[in-house]
Design a binder for this molecule. Structure first.
Ligand SMILES: C[S@@+](CC[C@H](N)C(=O)[O-])C[C@H]1O[C@@H](n2cnc3c(N)ncnc32)[C@H](O)[C@@H]1O
Length: 212
């Protein structure tokens, strides 16, 4: 069987794609990924594409049905081992049947934009996870990056943080990083908790500056 490549495609544009990732994608017959990620490679007309919803079981089922010589690449946004499919696929596939190719995470780009170190950071996702995942963050003093998603938008995140006793820190909302629609805005938790926008871009994270 051909090795499956699990490829991180970076935050959202080919500018941030590693050359080794591009090589793996170009060498594949079939690309699996979300519609947004597949769109990044829509110029590769010779590839078969399969849309994924994001669940590991769905990806594994499609992988199990691949042809013997089919070269398959599972494309994920950012890095495959950061709140993504990488570790679940790795845990379920024989070691010699896959290779994970890292990608630039949205988090890495977010910290670069602000010039803040991330080695002391705390990273949490409420994308498809409960807001209670934020419990305990009020005790952290370093920078905190929170991946948002769906109903758990930046306003809800800020309200929850204030509710659990977080101090009113300076923070940033960062949307569509690395794309032409990138938007980075400075705020603080109390203002953000009242920012009742009708919608936020689906790719948005909140970065809380460290307490000085
Ligand atoms: C399922 S997680 C995947 C994270 C990805 N593996 C990574 O390394 O960035 C998706 C969440 O990451 C954040 N995200 C991903 N790409 C982004 C971007 N270009 N700009 C801002 N946030 C992004 C958003 O919070 C989004 O809801």
């Amino acid at each position: 069987m051909e090795k499956i490549h699990i490829v991180g495609v970076g935050p959202g544009s080919r500018n941030y794609l590693l050359p080794i990732a591009l090589k793996a994608i170009e060498g594949s017959d079939t690309l699996l990924g979300s519609p947004r990620v597949l769109k990044m490679f829509s110029d590769m007309a010779d590839k078969k594409t399969v849309t994924l919803s994001g669940s590991p079981s769905e990806a594994l089922e499609i992988i199990s049905k691949r042809g013997r010589n089919e070269r398959l690449a599972v494309l994920v946004s950012g890095d495959p081992c950061f709140f993504s499919l990488g570790s679940s696929l790795a845990a379920s596939l024989p070691e010699d049947q896959y290779e994970i190719i890292p990608g630039l995470s949205s988090i890495s780009l977010a910290f670069s934009r602000l010039g803040i170190s991330w080695q002391e950071g705390t990273f949490v996702s409420v994308h498809g996870r409960p807001l209670d995942s934020l419990n305990g963050l009020q005790k952290e003093t370093g920078p905190i990056a929170i991946l948002t998603g769906g109903l758990n938008n930046p306003m809800e995140v800020a309200s929850k943080l204030l509710k659990i006793g977080a101090s009113d820190r300076k923070c940033w909302t960062m949307s569509n990083l690395g794309t032409d629609d990138e938007r980075v805005e400075s705020t603080n938790l109390s203002d953000l908790s009242e920012e009742d926008r009708s919608s936020w871009p689906s790719l948005t994270l909140v970065l809380l500056e460290p307490l000085s």
